[in-house]
Design a protein around this ligand. Sequence first.
Ligand SMILES: *Cc1c(COP(=O)(O)O)cnc(C)c1O
Length: 389
Amino acid sequence: MESTLRRTWSEIDLDALIYNYKKIREKIGSNVKFLGVVKADAYGHGSVEVAKTLEENGADYLAVSSIDEAMELRVNRIKMPILILGHTPKEQVERLIDFDITQAVTCKAKAIEYSQEAKKINKTLKIHIKVDTGMSRLGYLCDNDFFDTGVKGILEAITLPNLDAEGIFTHFAVADEDDDESLKYTKHQFKLFTDVIGEVEKKWGKSFKIKHCANTGATAKFKETYLDMVRPGLLLYGYGKYAHEMGLKPVMSLKTVVSTVKVYPKGTKISYGGIFETDKQTRVGVLPYGYADGFFRSLSNKCSLMTKEGPARQLGKICMDMCMIDLSDKPSVDVDSEIEIFGKNNSIDDLADIAGTIPYELTCAVSKRVPRTYIKNGEVIAKELMLRM
Ligand SMILES: *Cc1c(COP(=O)(O)O)cnc(C)c1O
């Protein structure tokens, strides 16, 4: 399996992860808990190693999107509290309880199902109530005319038998936008969230142990939204403008090598469709990195990848398993030379911009045939290849 590591591979810099975690910790202060969002295999970084690292460094909570993702962490001996943000079918309630997994409760129907299932087995399910303050996705709708019914629904859920309402949370829709309208929107979401909590706690006569709402944008910009816990994802992995402003480090570097170098005369069409034609003699490198590895075909002929002699233009259509780059003015880049697709030298944010997307999508897209190498204290501590072998 070693040989695959010199095809295309992703390097996960756990030292950078620890650095980012500590910087965010410094920013939020010691009274605020830290939840690391590790859904979608930690945004493609490998949820087990990321969770282990966060656990060792004193993070308080993890969040995933499904019970399978939560179980993957438990099976790999992660002991920290885990919150499932998304949908869990009621048949899984016993497993949630037995593996000490916290479930988000997003509406009346789910609250009732979960309570009934837990009651059947005479156990208690730990829940966090999700409030919809303007994301219009999951959660109790509470805005404007829905305030009273929202509060009533939440009260009903938290007083159902066999449910333990440990927390309450909401999710911001535009906390990572800097224009005035977005600022106003986020402020409104936050005020509504705290109003709902105030009203529910008054009627309940108790308070939620953990109130949380701050995603990456809010963690970076709005101290007043921290409440009991922050809940960043992207910021932790070191991408986007806020990570840049805070001096955080990109955790993933995606790398490949030059497999072949050829020199073509002027007038040669390169790759499927012949959308690129050489306008002079051109030295072309073939890389074993294509859309089946997670490259975006929409980036064809539009982006650059980083060589030791600077950025090299990608040429022609990106194929399933390969792509081509222009090495004409880079004589020292040859067969077996390392190329950085994104990472410390080639910003993922720039590549995402060109693709018309966000960095999240690029790290999540790195496919399972790309092995991961984990680095800690500057040394490789683990390698993973996620194929069925
Ligand atoms: C994904 C997610 C987050 C983290 O978002 P970032 O933008 O990566 O900080 C936080 N909360 C919820 C509910 C999410 O789904």
